[in-house]
Write a protein that binds this ligand. Structure first.
Ligand SMILES: Nc1nc2c(ncn2[C@@H]2O[C@H](COP(=O)(O)OP(=O)(O)OP(=O)(O)O)[C@@H](O)[C@H]2O)c(=O)[nH]1
Ligand SMILES: [Mg+2]
Length: 507
């Protein structure tokens, strides 16, 4: 995201200190030199935070083939495409059906001619039914489970449905398509979780579930057919049909209507119940691979994961009938670093993929220089991006306890991390899917929270678990904690909600 404030009249250049894709916070530090007359006055504050709504997002430039291969993570979750529905087929100017028997030039019965004549059908009251041009193909976008990213749309970002069939001068439908008069609907598959907006950002659809679809462009209507009859027969013919050509200007009615054309933004929001967050190299992908069948890349260098990986956690077989309550989709997100909410590292793009998660799992490298500081960094980044993320229930994983130093300080780290926050970790916030309105969260409340609350003011973790994902130490215990959290979340979501008067609705 780019933010332009020019010129920096009032002092030091403003810095972006928070926000998301619909707004940013700018921190401005006034200098004495720039505002001498205000300095020293009562109520004057040197620091000020301005909240600016982003009204227009920069249009995505078309990435080169090379960039798509080299930096797919920049392009996998957003794209602008243009779709065009099919034009309607043309009708035709027809002559009045011949009354004579269908015979060819040698006076013999002509089967072909007879078939053509029969295409001038009559209604129950004897009026003529004239063929119309075929309807142009509509364009529909639908959620397809087999798709993961929007990358392919950068190479192929224009779609055109077929046009409807024309009526020929004999009154036959000479379609330019194979299966008859109306052109087929062009169906474009996108990954689950794709939000469709028009170019100006107006929300059109949120395709979160398999098979959900939205009609984005309507095909043009086919043109009508007109009968061209000599003047003396016109009156009689008009008693059979209103589609009689009066003069040359009527011919315009024969033309099919153009199909709609529209540019669309497709924005992918990963659909997962559990989000794995942490600094690069903490072991998030290793954890995903160990508890699901996913096969993410794992390596001993930061930012191995460039795009979210999804894995499916099956229901717990020990739970019998209730096993499905602990089924879940897990998303392993690229590593976050300090300043990610401002665009550092792989940036803030990935933070939005936490929006639909119910439970967060913080993965910390317990063998790092300062695991508690790492934990605080991640929490701070989440807070700056969207304070609501800190209200979601979460589990902290202290990973790599196979390393002796990590194992030695495990009790201390567990105690420290448990003590950060307030005692209300069982609060469950329902996760909104209403991405249409300010992406589903209360902006005003979020801004207030960000200014007045620090990470200590948000709930403590549901559990802090020491594991070695690599060696498999204590992973079963961690899994039990994740399943238990998912079960209680589902139970709470299914329980009838008690009305809370005076409480402002947050989602
Ligand atoms: N000793 C030890 N190493 C581990 C453990 N878990 C993961 N690792 C190693 O840590 C390194 C990073 O693991 P990843 O799973 O790629 O880490 P990540 O958090 O996904 O990293 P990014 O994708 O860069 O954000 C790899 O070399 C893993 O083998 C563990 O329990 N013990
Ligand atoms: Mg990874």
């Amino acid at each position: 995201m780019q933010c332009l404030v020019s010129p920096p009249k009032w002092g030091v250049d403003p810095t972006i200190s928070g926000g998301n894709e619909s707004w940013v916070s700018l921190s401005v530090n006034f200098s004495q030199r720039s505002l001498p007359y205000l300095y020293g006055r009562k109520n004057f504050s040197k620091n000020c935070t301005l909240r600016c709504a982003i009204t227009k997002t920069k249009e995505l430039s078309v990435p080169s083939e090379e960039n798509l291969v080299k930096e797919p993570h920049k392009y996998f979750d957003q794209v602008v495409i243009t779709v065009r529905a099919g034009d309607g087929g043309h009708g035709a100017v027809l002559s009045m059906p011949n009354q004579k028997p269908a015979s060819n030039s040698r006076g013999k019965f002509d089967k072909d001619k007879a078939r053509r004549k029969s295409s001038y059908k009559r209604d129950f009251d004897g009026s003529l039914i004239l063929p119309t041009g075929g309807h142009g193909g509509d364009v529909v976008i639908y959620a397809d489970e087999s798709k993961d990213t929007l990358l392919e749309f950068h190479k192929n970002n224009r779609f055109k449905a077929k046009r409807g069939g024309n009526v020929d001068a004999m009154g036959l439908l000479t379609s330019l398509i194979h299966d008859g008069l109306a052109a087929p609907t062009l169906r474009i598959p996108v990954p689950l979780g794709t939000v469709v907006k028009n170019k100006k950002g107006k929300f059109l659809a949120d395709l979160a579930n398999p098979g959900e679809e939205v009609l984005v462009a309507r095909g043009g209507q086919g043109g009508i057919s007109l009968l061209d009859v000599p003047e003396h027969r016109r009156k009689r013919t008009m008693s059979l049909t209103t589609n009689v050509m009066r003069d040359e200007s009527d011919k315009v009615l024969v033309l099919g209507q153009p199909g709609e054309e529209i540019s669309l933004q497709l924005i992918l929001r990963v659909v997962a119940d559990v989000g794995l967050v942490g600094l690069p190299n903490a072991g998030k992908s290793t954890l995903l691979a160990s508890i699901t069948l996913a096969k993410p890349d794992i390596a001993d260098y930061p930012f191995t994961t460039l795009m979210p990986n999804l894995g499916r956690l099956d229901g717990d077989p020990n739970l019998g009938a209730g096993r499905y309550s602990s089924e879940a989709t897990l998303a392993d997100l690229p590593g976050l670093i300090e300043g990610a909410h401002l665009g550092k590292g792989l940036g803030r793009n990935f933070l939005r993929h936490l929006r639909r998660t119910r439970l967060l799992v913080h993965v910390i490298d317990a063998a790092s220089d300062d695991p508690v500081a790492d934990y605080r960094t991640i929490k701070e980044e989440l807070r700056m991006y969207n304070p609501e993320y800190l209200e979601r229930p979460y589990i902290v994983v202290l990973n790599k306890i196979d390393i002796p130093e990590a194992m030695d300080r495990l009790p201390y780290l567990t105690e420290e991390i448990r003590s950060i926050g307030v005692e209300s970790a069982t609060t469950v916030q329902s996760v909104s899917n209403d991405v249409g309105q300010a992406d589903g969260f209360d902006l005003e409340m979020a801004n207030k929270d960000r200014d007045t609350k620090g990470i200590e003011d948000y709930p403590r973790p549901l559990a802090v678990v020491g594991v070695s994902v690599l060696k498999g130490y204590n992973v079963d215990n961690l899994l039990s904690e994740i399943r238990a959290a998912l079960r209680s979340l589902r139970n709470m979501e299914n329980a009838p909600q008690e009305a809370e008067p005076n409480k402002k609705k947050r989602h």
